[in-house]
Design a protein around this ligand. Sequence first.
Ligand code: JD8
Length: 262
Amino acid sequence: MRVDIVSIFPEYFAPLDLSLIGKARASGTVRLAVHDLRTWTHDVHRTVDDTPYGGGPGMVMRPEPWGEALDALAPHELSPDGHTLPRLLVPSPAGVPFTQAMAHELAVESHLLFACGRYEGIDQRVLDHAAGRMRVTEVSLGDYVLFGGEVAVLVILEAVTRLLPGVLGNAGSLDEESHAHGLLEAPMYTKPANWRGHEVPEVLRSGDHGRIARWRRDEALLRTASRRPDMIAALPAESLDKRDRAALDRGGFQPRAGDVAK
Ligand code: JD8
């Protein structure tokens, strides 16, 4: 996967040399380049912002440097290796929510291009113009306000890269984790069996894999019902059987009426 990132703070992405993303880059699984937006300015002050039309607080990022950056990184004409146009991702508090489903969607793309805004954001015409020739997605991490798009790109890249073949040592764990099957994951424990008087649940030390799986399922259901009732409500009716319902009931969570799977 090819990844290009444009930002006025390229040093923000130094962490992408570390850990598994660093290994994915070293192995060539991810071909990542970070670009300084000021590369595409031509004035002595390398200006990237200006005052907002219509007034209001702060500054807006100028369209010209962005236009030239996208021209360079998403060439109008197909390159010799038949390279297709990238998918442009623009972090924004006004974007669509980033989810694990979107991470899977992005993980099959051949080229991702990230535009990191700052100040009050990027002149809207940059996105409208880009949408005329490539797929553009404004994406948000969540309902809180950041200084800019850089940390959002770090989060999105980590979520996407770990889904790429060969990046995660034990890809099997992808199926076990939160959000992989619509539930939060159960609590985890390791040695010692007793720590400061706290015991690891006996069932996990029983070796009875049937009981362990049932316990983990019940814990995942109760934790999800407690912390994320929206995820329980979003579960397909047939995905909860009688024992799941019994577990929720024992936890004091009302089963949804009428859709108990037999
Ligand atoms: C991109 C500029 C700052 C936002 C005035 C503060 C994502 N979940 C998220 N929260 N905030 C962002 C985000 C914030 C950004 C930019 C993403 C570019 N800002 C602006 C509007 C209000 N300042 C985000 N993803």
